[in-house]
Design a binder for this molecule. Structure first.
Ligand code: IDP
Length: 141
């Protein structure tokens, strides 16, 4: 298995609930390392660009409203099989369908307030890491 980097976002609902530490602990305990991290308030343009593939879907405007409703933590996680491992730790998009013990099962309230984002493929990970971080910021360790 290869060492990969993946983009994670701790979304506004989880930041509001003081869950940053709990969520990062799960990543670290599973063998993922935080190699870059920043807290920011997304602009509408940033959120729309990030979720461009969902433009036109019925939930798109609500998703942008939510993602700009408070600060998020964007981070790059690194480790063996990091992309799939992070998706496994997160659980299904809808917390009602997420496996017990996953981040979304434990911390998310609803499909539109689901605590975390994680890249879903190597192509997405490359795009999403570059969306928020310069090359020199993700190669510090
Ligand atoms: P993912 O975050 O698990 O990769 P995506 O299908 O890429 O899921 O959707 C991006 C985000 O859009 C989800 O995390 C969720 O917040 C929101 N979303 C997806 N589907 C719905 C829906 O049917 N209703 C409301 N929000 C949705």
């Amino acid at each position: 298995m290869a060492v990969e980097q993946t983009l994670s976002i701790i979304k506004p609902d989880a930041v509001r609930k003081n869950l940053i530490g709990a969520i990062v602990s799960r990543f670290e305990q599973a063998g993922l390392s935080v190699v870059a991290q920043r807290m920011l308030l997304l602009s509408r343009a940033q959120a729309e660009g990030f979720y461009a593939e969902h433009q036109g879907k019925p939930f798109f405007d609500g998703l942008v409203d939510f993602m700009t409703s408070g600060p998020v933590v964007v981070q790059v996680l690194s480790g063996e099989n990091a992309i799939a491992l992070n998706r496994e730790l997160m659980g299904a998009t809808d917390p009602a369908k997420a496996a017990p013990g996953t981040i979304r099962a434990d911390y998310a309230e609803a499909i539109n307030k689901n605590a975390v984002h994680g890249s879903d493929s190597p192509t997405s990970a490359a795009r999403e890491v570059a969306y928020f971080f310069a090359t020199h910021e993700v190669n510090l360790r």
